[in-house]
Design a protein. Structure first.
Ligand code: FAD
Length: 596
């Protein structure tokens, strides 16, 4: 019953009119030739794959899920998943933004990001298989030896082999320093790895001929804690010198989890029984190498929730125009009917506009960060590359946590628009709520993201990077302040900027005498900074829409209405968040543990 139309018009707006990507690409030698038509054509084709191939598999994927054969340890994915994956690989989609040296198409990360939003709208569970593969590709591209790269990157690029990240163990989730899996050197450059990993997404399946696991484990002489963790490549099938597949390796799926959502993705308990692997990067420095994959995955998880926000919004908006209940408070609107469509009711509109503002704001943020990654990889001068990389690091926890929290609010509101029909399975809305919930948990819970933002990324450098980002906002505000029509956006933006500066200084001061002040403020703080980033992006989008206000194209009028809604109804949340953040640690820590 659910429907999905790729939001190509809005993507083009963000890419071409707000971010002006083709101008940015012209400064990057690798992408200088890319033109608007090519970008749009890729997105259009990508949208077709998402809506025509993946979307029809989403509901059945949820209902049937994955199954494990305990005798053979084989996992069967839902009907159509493997065939869709074959089409994905044959169509070259896996290779879109990969390095041409390994068979990639070398297109910008920005395009891949937009493509992944659509894949996630269509089918988050399916999208996790290629999504993790791309993360494994990134980690090996950055840290693999020339031999490892030659063996694995071409197959991960093409998508013929998929990848996983094997971090979590039963007693070691957030705190990876606790992990126990062991790696014994064999004296021939390989290691035998023994241990148990849990919750491994895409750990076993029937979609590709080989699975390349990136596994964290400890060497015999490893120091305790997170400084004693090394990273290993452990293939499901060994790879012969000529690239052909050899014997089965000692890693297998012992069980699959039964869970709240993303049923089409296999969440596996993986047993490593003397599995043979090779070391990636330096001994004991595995976490640093793994962070390449984790950062890619954090951005990817933000895009998962963006995708769900968009598809939930589309369905709720269509339903609200069709479903008739009650009359508008101001009198009947659809006089030919027994009742008005529910879109006449202010609160139904509030729920719809909340989802819409979070989808469009999230899209602008997702693409902005992707463009910064392209700059970090391709800008000709070192200073621009470093600046872009630092801004990506600052924004990564915001993309992960703010977009997934917003996705939770948005999918829940959209389900609410359906009333009781949203709660039953038929309309597909409850699946979006269930699927979104994991996004706030995995890849470092949203609490951990907030500690990363406030503790490491902001206080860790005395607010220097945040100040740089603030200076960009100020520059934009100064350049547009003389236009009276922009003031409704710029005044609250400037006001919030000042408040963030004060809040940061206040928490920083308090944290000097009590480090737990950081933990007490972090979640509220991330949401406040998330709104600052959104307000900046919404003001930029409003700027473009105002310039086109006379065009007669109602796309721009709708953009302005949505911007005004965001500033009037969502941004004010920051006042209560700041108050809560300032309340500090005392209300949380005063009570004795045994009173709980
Ligand atoms: C469906 C699914 C798929 C997954 N896929 C993968 C995968 O592919 N690979 C992989 O390795 N793992 C995967 N995971 C594991 C996931 O990343 C972890 O569940 C997550 O990191 C949290 O770890 P945990 O479950 O052990 O919770 P815990 O670490 O036990 O945390 C419990 C609670 O305590 C809080 N907490 C913990 N430490 C702190 C702290 N220092 N400060 C404040 N609060 C804290 C947490 O925020 C959380 O609310 C997956 C999990 C699920 C459910």
């Amino acid at each position: 019953m659910s429907q999905y139309t790729p939001p190509l018009r809005d993507m083009q707006f963000v890419l071409h009119e707000v971010l002006k990507v083709e101008e940015a690409f012209k400064t990057m030698p690798a992408h200088a030739e890319l033109d608007v038509d090519t970008i749009n054509a890729v997105l259009e084709e990508g949208g077709k794959f998402a809506s025509e191939v993946l979307f029809p598999l989403n509901r059945e994927g949820d209902e049937i899920g994955c199954t494990l054969d305990p005798q053979t340890h084989a996992v069967t994915t839902p009907p159509g998943f493997a065939e869709a994956y074959r089409q994905f690989v044959d169509g070259g989609w896996a290779a879109l933004s990969c390095d041409p040296e390994y068979g990639g198409q070398g297109l910008p990360v920005t395009l891949n990001q937009a493509f992944y939003e659509m894949l996630n709208s269509a089918n988050q569970a399916w999208t996790m298989y290629p999504g993790l593969t791309h993360g494994a590709y990134d980690a090996l591209h950055a840290h693999g030896t020339p031999e490892q790269k030659a063996t694995y990157l071409p197959k991960l690029t093409s998508g013929e082999w998929t990848g996983t990240m094997c971090l979590t163990e039963p007693h070691a989730g957030t705190d990876l320093g606790l992990l126990r899996s062991k790696a014994e050197p064999q004296g021939d450059g390989t290691y035998r790895i023994t241990g148990e990993k849990i919750f491994i997404s895409s750990g076993e399946h029937d979609m590709a001929e080989n699975i390349i696991h990136l596994v964290l484990a400890r060497l015999p002489d490893a120091p305790a804690g997170s400084r004693g963790i090394s990273l290993f490549i452990v293939p499901k099938f060994h790879v012969n010198a000529d690239g052909s597949l050899g014997e089965r390796n000692g890693i297998y799926c012992g069980a699959i989890e039964h869970k709240m959502g993303i049923h089409g993705n296999s969440t596996c308990q993986m047993v490593l029984d003397g599995a043979v692997g090779t070391l990636v990067g330096e001994p004991h420095k595995g976490l640093a190498a793994m962070f390449v994959m984790m950062n890619a995955a954090r951005l990817g998880v933000g895009m998962q929730s963006l995708g769900l926000t968009e598809v939930a919004y589309q369905n709720a908006a269509a339903y609200a125009k069709d479903r008739t209940q009650s009359r508008a408070l101001s009198g009947a609107k659809a006089k030919d009917k027994a009742a008005d469509p529910i879109i006449v009711h202010p609160d139904v509109r509030k729920m719809l506009l909340t989802a819409r503002a979070y989808a469009e704001g999230g899209r602008a943020l997702g693409m902005q960060v992707a463009l910064l990654i392209d700059e970090a990889q391709n800008a000709p001068d070192e200073a621009t590359r470093r600046d872009a990389e630092a801004t990506v690091a600052l924004l990564t926890p915001i993309v992960k946590a703010f977009l997934t929290d917003n996705g939770w609010l948005a999918t829940s509101h959209c389900m609410q628009v359906f009333g009781g029909h949203g709660f039953i399975r038929e309309w597909g809305m409850e699946q979006y709520v269930r699927d979104n919930r994991i996004n706030m948990i995995y890849e470092g819970t949203n609490t951990i993201q907030s500690l990363d933002l406030l503790g490491r990324k902001v206080l860790g450098d005395q607010g220097a990077q945040l100040k740089k980002f603030g200076a960009q906002i100020q520059q934009f505000a100064m350049a547009n302040m003389q236009d009276a029509r922009m003031q409704e956006f710029l005044l609250p933006l400037a006001d919030l900027g000042e408040k963030v500066t004060k809040l940061t200084a206040e928490v920083g001061m308090k944290a000097m005498s009590n480090p737990e002040e950081v933990g007490a403020a972090a979640v509220d703080y991330l949401r406040v900074v998330g709104h600052l980033v959104f307000a900046y992006l919404w003001a930029r989008m409003a700027r473009v829409a105002l310039d086109k206000a006379d065009s007669g194209d109602r796309f721009y009028a709708a953009k302005l209405f949505t911007a005004r809604f965001y500033f009037a109804k969502l941004l004010p949340e920051t006042a209560s968040l700041i108050r809560s953040a300032r309340a500090g640690v005392e209300p949380l820590m005063a009570m004795e543990e045994d009173w709980f």
